[in-house]
Ligand binder design. Structure first.
Ligand SMILES: C[S@@+](CC[C@H](N)C(=O)[O-])C[C@H]1O[C@@H](n2cnc3c(N)ncnc32)[C@H](O)[C@@H]1O
Length: 290
């Protein structure tokens, strides 16, 4: 299983939230407002590859309606951490679950209150590579995902788009564009190797990586969805030095694993890039509806 650490997800959460494309997000909120205006029940959102619930924490406070969220991930530890973090984040938690305590029932549903709106959350452990249909067949008003679609294969995207019957809002899909300052002669070689690594199997077959969003967009249009996209780059500066360090180390490690660059070159690049004062990492957001 391709695992993501809670530390890494926590480190990126603030940058992820500020990088989301605001115009696109506004269109999603207008759509949800329409849904809410004709619905007495809570709005239901299913988040794919939810990790520790960052996408909920970004979007839920902006929705002026009660909500049901289903957080789907195959990693039980991330789902446990999601429940814990959400309980700490909420203004109040109706079942009074103790903070800082992960018990064997640590992914039971929870009702939170945030900004005077009730948010019911259920946690669903599911491998989306194998069982997509049962998730997509649940009634929902919106399917969401953050930093997820670049992990999947083109074949999976085809299957996903054929089965999708619900509006989709996906944010922060990596698009392959990177600029690091100051310029380093090894930048393009390292990026080429990193993209090669991005295409490796992340559990769904060869990953679409930087091509995921354009592929998703084309497939959704073919299925009759109206699609809008917007860029959501990470623009990182001196206040993001920890994230820059982790990113440089992770990129260098991935590049070296491909053997397209030597260990020594990758290591040297990673060490110098860890000190980089500024970099921009390209991502895109997408909203699709009928
Ligand atoms: C880059 S993380 C993003 C997490 C979260 N959406 C966020 O923005 O912080 C990708 C997430 O996808 C999940 N994931 C990867 N492969 C999966 C699969 N086959 N089924 C379900 N979840 C998967 C990982 O466990 C991880 O939580």
């Amino acid at each position: 299983m391709n695992t993501f650490s809670t530390d890494w997800l926590s480190l990126r959460e603030g940058v992820d939230h500020r990088s989301r494309n605001p115009a696109l997000q506004q269109q999603v909120l207008s759509y949800l407002e329409q849904v809410g205006s004709v619905k007495n029940d809570p709005i239901h959102i299913i988040d794919l590859g939810s990790g520790t619930g960052s996408n909920l924490r970004a979007l839920a406070p902006l929705i002026q309606h009660s909500q049901n969220w289903t957080l789907v991930d195959y990693d039980p530890l991330l789902l446990m951490a999601a429940r814990e973090k959400l309980c700490a984040w909420a203004d109040s938690v109706s079942d009074g679950a103790p903070h800082g305590h992960l018990d064997s029932n640590a992914t039971r549903p929870v009702t939170l209150v945030k900004n005077n709106h009730e948010i019911n959350v259920i946690f669903l452990q599911k491998d989306l590579a194998g069982d997509l249909q049962s998730v997509l067949s649940k009634p929902a008003d919106l399917i969401t995902a953050a930093a997820f679609f670049d992990l999947v294969a083109v074949g999976w995207l085809e299957q996903f788009c054929r089965a999708l019957k619900t509006p989709l809002y996906t944010v922060l899909t990596y698009n392959g564009q990177e600029t690091w300052l100051p310029v380093d002669p090894w930048d393009s070689k390292i990026l080429e190797a990193f993209h090669h690594h991005q295409g490796s199997d992340k559990g769904f077959g060869s990953a679409a990586g930087p091509l995921a969003l354009t592929t998703l967009e084309q497939l959704l249009r073919k299925e009759g969805f109206k699609v809008v996209t917007g860029s959501s780059p990470w623009v990182l500066g001196p206040n993001d030095s920890l994230l820059i360090q982790e990113l440089a180390a992770g990129t260098a490690k991935a590049a070296a694993e491909t053997t397209l660059v030597s260990n020594a070159i990758a290591q040297q690049w990673g060490e110098s890039r860890a000190q980089s004062p500024k970099c921009e990492i390209g991502h895109d957001d997408l909203f699709a509806r009928y």
